[in-house]
Ligand binder design. Sequence first.
Ligand code: GLN
Ligand code: ZN
Length: 758
Amino acid sequence: MVVTHNLGFPRIGAKRELKFTLEKYWRGEVTESELLKQAATLRQINWKVQGCLDWQPVGDFSLYDQVLDLSVALGNLPKRVTDLGGDALTAYFRTARGRAPVDTAENIVFAGEMTKWFNTNYHYIVPEFDSDTTFELNAERYVSQIREAQSQNRTVKPVVIGPVTYLWLGKSKDGSDRLDLLSSLLPAYQQLLKEIASTGVEWVQIEEPVLATELQPEWLSALKTAYEALEGFGPKKLLTTYFGALGNNFEVATELPVEGWHVDGLADRNEVARFVEKLASGKVLSLGVVDGRNIWKSDLNELLEWLTPIHKVLGSRLWLAPNCSLLHVPVDLASETKLDEEIKNWLAFAHQKIGEISVLGQALNVGLQSVESELIANGEAVQARRVSDRVHKAAVQERLKEVDESWGHRKAPFDVRIAKQQSDLKLPSFPTTTIGSFPQTPDIRKTRRQFRLNEIEEAQYREKMQAEIRHCIQLQEDLELDVLVHGEAERNDMVEYFGEQLEGYVFSEFGWVQSYGSRCVKPPIIFGDIQRTQAMTVEWIQYAQSQSQKHVKGMLTGPVTILNWSFVRDDQPRAVTCKQLALAIRDEVLDLERAGVKIIQIDEAALREGLPLKKSEWQQYLDWAVTAFRIAANGVRDETQIHTHMCYSEFNDIIEAIADMDADVITIETSRSDMELLDVFETFNYPNDIGPGVYDIHSPNIPSVAQIVNLMSKAGQRISKDRLWINPDCGLKTRRWEEVLPALKNMVSAAKELRAQA
Ligand code: GLN
Ligand code: ZN
């Protein structure tokens, strides 16, 4: 009998119940016991949904973040938090977000750093280490949740992040080597496994997703050390990896002394075949066969063809699950009552993916006939999507074929272009600008909402937005900024805004995915060939330009960012979808140019996010990503100035690709790192203009003139002064006007001072 299970379930709730209760708790509107009750209710619902599987995961639930939960269990909270005392939940939220509900402005602490969970859009709280770090186990969270599930008659499999991945995820605060802590960490894990075993569970899912990255030898040997030390402790171990194949780690991973492995079965079927061949008798192989990172129905019939012979070999030692935790997909497709029925039939959210695993299990165990109607319906849906002319558009395919290398090239090299641009644009040295958005006031949001709900007429909506644009332009003129923006009041989100106007996209109503803590995102869904049917931004930019003698930038989101922040098609390579998006943006760029817009910014905020987990695959990604940007941007005349913007500061390892984009001006995030990131420009001669951010928009602090002058002087040590722009780190939509106005005023004063110095 094949065994079915799941690695983890979204905890936020189908209607984001956890989010709303958490936020109420933080505001002091509900008590701790009400919060915990909501959490227990969600766990109960989730286990029930997964009741059709042989094992239900426990320990995957978290009030904020599962890595932080583990730090708590290991007694590894930052000292600045433990020094403050307080009860467990207070310390937990202080670490997570710098404050707990009981805190006043005086005793807030630095929150733990947050970073992306591998290559997902989920962010975890980074464990902090130093050479003095010790571990002291408190397994209460694991044990009590196991008991809770058992009391609901669930057959549970606890989920624990493994010791090597835990160290890998953390950061050393004093330059010491995290791996030095392994020997003191392992006894805590031995204890944890023992306590878990005391609940009577048979298996533990111990996760080492680091195995999907390219590991240095010392990390591989840490894995050996760790699992040898844990051998014999606790329940049987299902060593779990996801987010890709094992690749070069295959040998080491398969030699570890564990009773079973879970691997990403969608990554590399040849590797799975090697696994099946190698598996010692008695050991379990769990295959992740349903995509936990995307929202498409699986092709169950095809999977069964592949799995049937494997099942013959392994029998009950074959387990089936999604390839990773379902944390990364929305909860329940059934909530989507407004979604296009045809497209809805192609989709599966977490609930539906559990159903798929269950059907696969039954098909293998009881026989295909036992799930005949499910398999027929699945086959029909998969086939309908495959041949749908809503997915495949001949015109888009034809156009893609026309694209050749020349589409990605500007007519003249940068030095020729910039000379023409300068004589056209007549900007001062150290030109000042902003990244695009201005504060989104409650009033703006209300107007957009009213328009969406048909509560106001289009004319009225347009009037209000134009008033907002006039207001922004006036303020920028008063501030004496050099290159103006329209302010982006009409945009809810920099991806959704474009997605809504492109063919090939659909939007869910409740398709929320946890991003961090109580924050969720609702990625739009690309289901078909992308087509732009009409101009998307021209009207607003033209209106803004009509209000000023200064240059107003056209403002677009780039193809790579649109791709990386959407659920994408799994029936064609990402590169192809990206190229389609690039053509749509290219058309918009050319429309803007025709409308007289002289400066066009194409944001690639998320270009870095798309980097594969394995470094050996980076170049391939960068090649097509940069090509897509170039197709979008480079159809313009020499005189048209292309800007791009990126919201991060780690450029060192991808600087050549960034330079290769050949934007005339790039604005980047730098202020927090004190221009350190510009170090890369000492060794790499970045060829075009740069605006290193001088205003940290993630903080309410207002930079002084002196600070800005100082930052720019530092930048000037590495980049020739005639190529520097002055701008904030990112868009200003999350800040308030009371902060933005003085900050920009200081920015302009700093520019004047720098010009006077020159
Ligand atoms: N133009 C966008 C804005 O200003 C850019 C946002 C971003 O980079 N995340 O809001
Ligand atoms: Zn940004």
